[in-house]
Design a protein around this ligand. Sequence first.
Ligand code: ZN
Length: 461
Amino acid sequence: MTTLLIKNATLIVTMDGEDRDLKDAAIFCRDGFIEQIGVQADLPQSADRVLDLKDHIVLPGLINTHHHFYQTLTRALPGSQNANLFNWLTYLYPIWAGLTPEDIFTSTQTALAELALSGCTTASDHLYLFPNGSKLDDQIEAAAQMGMRLHASRGSMSLGQSQGGLPPDSVVDTEDKILADSERLILRYHDPKPGSKLQIVLAPCSPFSVTGELMRESALLARRYGVQLHTHLAETEDEDDFCLAKFGRKPVAYMQSLDWVGNDVWFAHSVWVNDDEMNVYAHHGCGVAHCPSSNMRLASGIAPIMTMLGKGIKLGLGVDGSASNDGSHMLNEVRQAMLLSRLNSGIKGASRSAPDAPALMTARQALSIATRGGAAVLGRKDIGSLEVGKCADFFAINLNRLDYAGALEDPLAAVVFCSPVKADYTVVGGELIVEKGELKPIDIAKQTEKHNAASRRLIQK
Ligand code: ZN
């Protein structure tokens, strides 16, 4: 048994059901779970490891619900900088066709390093192409060394250009192979227990890159084993046109026709959903991974997330792939979500200051989406808030810093409103992943060098 005591924290933001904030507070953890949380004087005064977090704010670990780690190898490429989704994809697919197992490993560690340093403790990744012998196992092995929680999505593409899909035939697989590999991965790795560090998700890539048959078969397989389902949906207006032309339905109706709605399903983006479609999500319990930076980067649109919250839809945040962000900074994404939602408040001109104007998203709401919201989207009850019995997953930021100068009346707001900073401490299951601003599992300088060499090789192929 190992114990960890966090003491003297200026503020602990619990994100529990009552949104309690604790001043001069402490957390006592045992074997990776929170055993006690509260004011300093009421808690044990010693432990195997004690961290004095005077002047720090402590928050639940951020949960990233949508990413493509491999894209860290192809960030900000000149040919992809100023394109919308379909053009961006058709430019990048041939480059991604050169990915190797080593590339998957390296890019996974780079993305998780960035995420950990930005306060993230749980990440879901959507890997949907497996060229040159690559496997999801390459990512799983890399993530295990980083100590973070991973929801590894076994993605897939089966609808190549010759069949009317968007990706070139060189990056698609046969459906038999995809389904057999999906089942193998679930049986080998999926751990549904509280405190799980690894879960498998089945994730055909998008309506325009797989067949309806693969969607249906994936849903049957996922439900046989109780694993979650994930895909991109309603990201752009082009996708509406594609689905109407090819399937005679808009994306959400198409998903309904494939039995792809339910508590076990979450969709990335959902920018282009109308009121009726959001009601379908709410009724069936579908979750959404909101990716504001990517939606701005690719000029996809603004997702109606305040409306989704109003309807009780499970909503989490995702940085999305690093070729459309081009970073993995979760705290930055929290800020982007808050700011972008304000542009979409549906009010114009002078009516913005009218007494009955719609409420603007608050810093607390944005953080709640990235913590409790993300946990609900991933189907987890053991993470997302700091409460007795939950995983000891949190991050801390020293408030004494230039970035927050003049903003300490409300430290929680400073974390979201001020420029996004890096975490000083990130703890996953009671283990320190970031300590005094330094990443523990791997050497950042060596990783960056290795990553850049892999990136150059991939781009020059
Ligand atoms: Zn994506």
